[in-house]
Design a protein around this ligand. Sequence first.
Ligand code: DC
Length: 221
Amino acid sequence: MAFNVAIDGPAGAGKSTIAKQLAKKMKFVYVDTGAMYRALAYYFLTQKIDPKDEASINAAVEHADVTIAYVEGEQQVLLNEENVNAYLRTEEVGNTASITSVYPAVRSKLVALQQKLAQTTDVIMDGRDIGTCVLPNAQVKVYLTASVATRAKRRYDELLAKGETADLGQIAADIEDRDYRDMHRELSPLKQAEDAVLVDSSDLTIEEVVAVIEKLVTERR
Ligand code: DC
């Protein structure tokens, strides 16, 4: 049976950075489920579909095929066979993904793909509903969080490092909106699974968080 590690938490808690490092260290496959929701959001944006119009989204989902592939260990998301990785990390795509991920048609399509991947492969999968819905039997579950101020500052520094301009107050407000939407939606809201270990990364380095989760995996493997 495959060994599954589920990491859930709000936007900007460091899930992908931590999960990528852990996957490399432990020779697991890293599955970034947020990127899948982003790929569908990118599709809706390019098709000029109103993210709030559920009927149009339901119809569009039928025409959007999402698969993933790995190139040198890096997850690539293919949307109708086109690699769309380069378009997924913008604020617009992230915020749209948060809106369109509430719809059952969007979720069921991606959850099926995620479950299939984890059945046969040792994965570290991150997202919002991995421990609660996608992989309820994962051997290790972590709920990784950090304060809004810490997450906003990290995102702000990331954007400045890329040479972009950013408004710290606006980023914090967007994070709060996104948290609210992700935590209060009807279907698979973001919440800590009962059997998940809570890790607050506000005052921890990346290495410290990786060490905490690595210990959990080693103990249960
Ligand atoms: O982790 P991220 O920022 O790439 O995710 C983008 C959005 O996708 C997030 O705001 C909510 C949604 N999402 C989800 O509903 N379920 C997941 N497992 C992963 C992401």
